[in-house]
Design a protein around this ligand. Sequence first.
Ligand code: ZN
Length: 223
Amino acid sequence: MGRRPCLYFRPRAGMAELVDAADSKSVALKRRVGSIPSPGTNKSMNFCSNCGSPIVLKVPDGDFLPRHVCEKCGVIHYLNPKIVVGSVPEFEGRILLCKRGIEPRLGFWTIPAGFMENDETLEAGAAREAREEALIDVEIGSLLLLANVTHARQVHVFFRSRMRTPNFGVTHESLEVRLLDERDIPWGDLAFPSTEFALRRFVEDRAKGVERHHVAEMQRRIN
Ligand code: ZN
């Protein structure tokens, strides 16, 4: 197999703007530990984590896409989409939102959500994110949204959730946390397309007294 240039992994101008909610965690982590790989970009991997040799991009035999391959030890480092998990927390009819304290979309409002961790379920991940980002104790309810966010190489999985107590607080990731009446949702200042989609479906379904799950494809944010 030759090392032909591959469009899939070619860096594009403005790539940093294509990331979505999930990158909040990697940005926060980067601040703590220095440079870390950014999944899915062709700058993400220079050296083999198994043996330390330089990585090349090539289509392995029998494969159909270029991969990060170590030609010394033979390990193929696959990069696959990340799962972002979260919930729309509710307490006595009000909805909890967080104002982002980190880039991207610093200062915009979102629901508690972030990267799913290894060795946890979707529900456990959603509850953990609620705890980490808003200091709330939630009972995870029905599935609200499965969002394909292909441009960010992510899948977003959002549930409905109920706060067991009205207690909440600000964390290092949030400038502000608020329990809002539906009419006070800052529709023009939401962080991500999947945030808005989830909230709109949440309030629509609630008005009808139903709890449906929705599957959608998110487009890149234009503004
Ligand atoms: Zn290697």
